[in-house]
Design a protein around this ligand. Structure first.
Ligand SMILES: [Zn+2]
Length: 401
């Protein structure tokens, strides 16, 4: 304790990485009244001081794709994000216009982590893995979706659609309705692409600022031509006009092979996200630092990995006050170590590679409050027999080695 303190908290001597300001050096970060007060050398004194020599300090992570509505069989408690540096958790359309207001009232507003959301074009959101939410096209409701977004503009980021088996034979029509809703709201559309999606047509329809998620999924109908394994022309054109590509790792959507091939073609993701949900949290994705570690393993520089988990997602959702350590911004900070050793990392095609470095959470700071890893209880709902269908599907559709 220091009676003459200028700041509530000073983080000293950490390697500060803030790609939004091109900072990557050993320096101090000062926090006061829940906000970033300053980044610079020899700051202080602080009421509380932490010596972070040998550790890294970056903006609180933004996980662009997760499922945080526990009224869905996919949903999990968003507060577990605070165990691993994520201070902003984006729900990727678990709710539609019917369930969004209750999601907001019961979970989104009550969460300690900041939760923002895409609203599903399907009226029912994504309630279960048993039946696709757009197998019946009557669930696609552009007007009502835009209205609920309009009424919740402070937390709604855009429209979500899943293109694949869950759209049955209505993929094209459903996509048109999703774009209609996004246009009406004046916000981006996030499109999940998996097997069964008419991916070329989907990409042709996407607008600058729209987001493709599951870009390295490897289960068919992805970004690569199945024959020559080159990028689809539509992918190249979409990126050129400003469509963004997000990882959305999940339980079925990350292939070492596809990611490595994309890297060979100089195709890197715009944003790194977990697609964390009931089925990916205990295996495969685990948390955002684990997914980020896979990109370190693929050879992406640490600064880029941080960029794609902080400032890039902040920009993609139009929230420039997040994902940066700027004076006056809310003090959302992630402190971590880069641990060396041998770490098995599994993709969702059941292939494990050994990484020699991984990102290990040390502290999360949310609006100036220090949160230790593991301090947020993780209470996952029990699995039912029918949940096994999803795991069986993952095993059956894994790419042959
Ligand atoms: Zn998802």
């Amino acid at each position: 304790m220091n009676a003459s303190a200028l700041f509530d908290l000073v983080l000293r001597n950490g390697q500060v990485i803030d790609p939004s300001q091109h900072i990557n050096r050993v320096t101090d970060v000062a926090v006061h009244n829940g906000e970033i007060a300053a980044v610079g050398d020899s700051l202080g004194p602080g009421l509380v001081e932490k010596d972070l020599r040998g550790k890294y300090v970056c903006p609180g992570l933004i996980d662009l794709h997760g499922h945080w509505w526990e009224g869905s069989s996919w949903g999990i408690d968003p507060n577990i994000c605070l165990n691993h540096g994520v201070t902003t958790a984006v729900d990727a359309g678990t709710t539609g216009f019917i369930s969004f207001p209750y999601f907001r009232k019961t979970q989104l507003s009550a969460a300690a982590v900041r939760v923002l959301a895409f609203v599903n074009i399907s009226a029912i959101g994504i309630p279960t893995n048993l039946v696709g939410e757009l197998e019946d096209i009557r669930f696609a409701r552009p007007r009502e979706t835009a209205r609920v977004i309009e009424a919740n503009r402070d937390v709604c980021l855009g429209v979500k659609i899943r293109e694949g088996t869950m759209t049955g034979c209505h993929g094209v029509e459903a996509m048109d309705k999703a774009i209609e809703a996004a246009e009406c709201a004046g916000l981006p559309l996030m499109v999940h692409i998996t097997r069964g999606a008419d991916v070329r047509r989907v990409l042709q329809n996407m607008r600058p600022g729209d987001i493709v998620t599951h870009c390295f999924q490897g289960r068919g109908d992805g970004i690569l031509d199945p024959g020559d394994k080159r990028l689809l022309l539509e992918v190249v054109e979409a990126r050129r006009r400003g469509v963004l590509f997000d990882v959305g790792h999940g339980a079925g959507a990350f292939s070492w092979e596809v990611a490595r091939r994309a890297f060979e073609l100089f195709f890197y993701p715009d944003t790194i996200s977990t697609d964390l949900h009931r089925y990916s949290v205990a295996r495969w994705a685990f948390d955002l630092p684990s997914v980020m570690s896979k990109f370190l393993h693929l050879g992406m520089p640490l600064e880029d990995v941080i960029l794609k988990s902080t400032w890039s997602p902040a920009k993609s959702i139009g929230r420039d006050s997040l994902g940066a350590l700027r004076a006056g911004a809310e003090a959302d900070i992630f402190v971590f170590e880069v641990e060396e050793g041998c770490f098995p990392l599994e993709d969702t095609h059941l292939r494990t590679e050994t990484a020699f470095r991984r990102i290990k959470p040390f502290l999360t700071i949310k609006q100036g409050t220090i949160i230790a890893p593991g301090s947020q209880p993780v209470r996952l709902r029990k699995l039912y027999e029918c949940d096994d269908e999803l795991y069986r599907f993952i095993e059956q559709t894994a790419a042959p080695s």
